[in-house]
Design a protein around this ligand. Structure first.
Ligand code: G3H
Ligand code: 13P
Ligand code: ZN
Length: 330
C-alpha cells in the first residue's frame, strides 16, 4: 500500500472548496509520458496554479502504473526544485470498476473517478457509494458522474449526449457520499464535439458550435449549492493547431471544440475542475509534425519532443491564466 500523502500529493477537498469560493476552476490535464508531465508542472509552477494530474485506465496500461506513481512523486519534487510548491493531485480519470479504483487508491492516487454514468441510476448509486466508502477510509476523494457525454471515453462510447437531470443530483450526492460530480451539459470527448449539422458557420466559414446548457448548470447549482461540479470534454480544439497539423500532412476534418469564453463562464460558477486532454494532443502533434516536416533528417526524439513540450507548456499557461482563472491561486 502506498498512501498518496507519502508521495507529497493532496486530495481535492480543499482545492475544490477554494475554487468554488474563488470563482475559478482547477485544471485537470491528462498525461501518459514524460514530456507532458514536464510541461504541466512547468506551466503550473510558472503560473502558480494548483493542478490535477489525470491518468486514464488506458494511460495506466500504456505507461505502467508503477512508473506513473513515481512520476507523480517526481512531479512534486520537480515543482519544489523549480522554486514553488503547488498542490498536486494524482487522479484516476474514468475509473470503470471498484477494483480499478481500489488498485489506484492502494497505489498512490489521491483522487479517483468512478464513472457509472452508463449504468442505470440505481446501479450508478450503488457502485459510486461502494467506491466512496472504500476511498474515504484513506482520505482519497471521489468524483462521480451523472448524465452521459457524447464521444469516446476509453472503450465506452455514446453517439448522443444525455444531459444530467437536475432532479437527480441531490439524491445522488446524498446517497453516494461523493466529493464532486461530473455533469453533462453539452461538452463531449475528443476533437469533434459537434457535427457540422449541429453548428452554424461564421463569415469565414468557421464552424460555430451551439452553446453549452448553462440553464441546466444553474438548475443543478440550485439543487446542490456550492457542491463541486466537474466538466469533462472541455478542450477548445484551437483552430491554429488543427491548421498546423493539416499544413504538415495531417487530416482532421470536422474539428470543433468548446469556445474559451464558455469555459471561462463555467469556471466562475460551481464548476471547479475542467478536464483537458485533446488540446494537449493537438499541440504536441502540431509541433512534432512541423519539426519532422521541416527537418526530414532529424531523428533525435529530443529534437521533436522538446518543441512539443514547449508548445504544451505555452498552451497550459494560457489555459490557467486566461480560461480557468487558476493562475495565482496556488
Ligand atoms: O476521457 C478520456 C480522456 O481523454 C483519456 O483518453 O482513454 O485515450 O487515455 P484515453
Ligand atoms: P477532451 O477530449 O475535451 O480534452 O476531454 C478530456 C476529458 O474529459 C478527460 O476526462
Ligand atoms: Zn472525461
Amino acid at each position: 500500500m502506498t498512501n498518496y500523502k507519502d508521495l507529497g500529493l493532496v486530495n481535492t477537498r480543499d482545492m475544490f472548496a477554494k475554487a468554488v469560493k474563488g470563482g475559478y476552476a482547477i485544471p485537470a490535464y491528462n498525461f501518459n509520458n514524460l514530456e507532458q508531465l514536464q510541461a504541466i508542472i512547468q506551466a503550473c509552477v510558472e503560473t502558480k496554479s494548483p493542478v490535477i494530474l489525470q491518468v486514464s485506465s488506458g494511460a495506466r496500461k500504456y505507461a505502467n502504473s508503477n512508473l506513473l506513481r513515481n512520476m507523480a512523486r517526481g512531479a512534486v519534487e520537480y515543482a519544489h526544485e523549480l522554486g514553488y510548491d503547488i498542490p498536486v493531485v494524482l487522479h484516476l480519470d474514468h475509473g470503470d470498476s471498484f477494483e480499478l479504483c481500489k488498485d489506484c487508491i492502494e497505489n498512490g492516487f489521491s483522487s479517483v473517478m468512478i464513472d457509472g454514468s452508463h449504468l442505470s441510476y440505481d446501479e450508478n448509486v450503488a457502485l459510486t457509494k461502494k467506491v466512496c466508502e472504500y476511498a474515504h477510509q484513506y482520505d482519497v476523494t471521489v468524483e462521480g458522474e451523472l448524465g452521459v457525454l457524447a464521444g469516446v471515453e476509453d472503450d465506452v462510447s455514446s453517439e448522443v449526449s444525455h444531459y444530467t437531470m437536475p432532479d437527480e443530483v441531490e439524491d445522488f450526492v446524498k446517497k453516494t457520499g461523493v466529493d464532486s460530480l461530473a455533469i453533462s451539459i453539452g461538452t463531449s470527448h475528443g476533437r469533434t464535439k459537434f457535427t457540422p449539422e449541429q453548428c452554424t458557420k461564421n463569415a469565414d466559414g468557421v464552424l460555430i458550435p451551439p452553446p453549452l446548457r448553462f440553464d441546466i448548470l444553474e438548475e443543478i447549482e440550485k439543487r446542490i449549492p456550492g457542491f463541486p461540479i466537474v466538466l469533462h470534454g472541455s478542450s477548445s480544439v484551437p483552430i491554429e493547431y488543427v491548421k498546423m497539423i493539416e499544413q504538415y500532412g495531417g487530416s482532421l476534418p470536422n474539428s470543433v471544440g468548446i469556445p474559451e469564453e464558455q469555459l471561462r463562464k463555467a469556471a466562475k460558477s460551481a464548476v471547479c475542475k475542467i478536464n483537458i486532454d485533446s488540446d494537449g494532443r493537438l499541440a504536441m502533434t502540431a509541433a512534432i509534425r512541423k519539426v519532422l516536416s521541416e527537418k526530414p533528417e532529424e531523428f533525435d526524439p529530443r529534437k521533436y519532443l522538446g518543441p512539443a513540450r514547449d508548445e504544451l507548456k505555452k498552451l497550459y499557461s494560457h489555459k490557467n491564466t486566461n480560461v480557468l482563472g487558476s493562475a495565482g491561486q496556488a
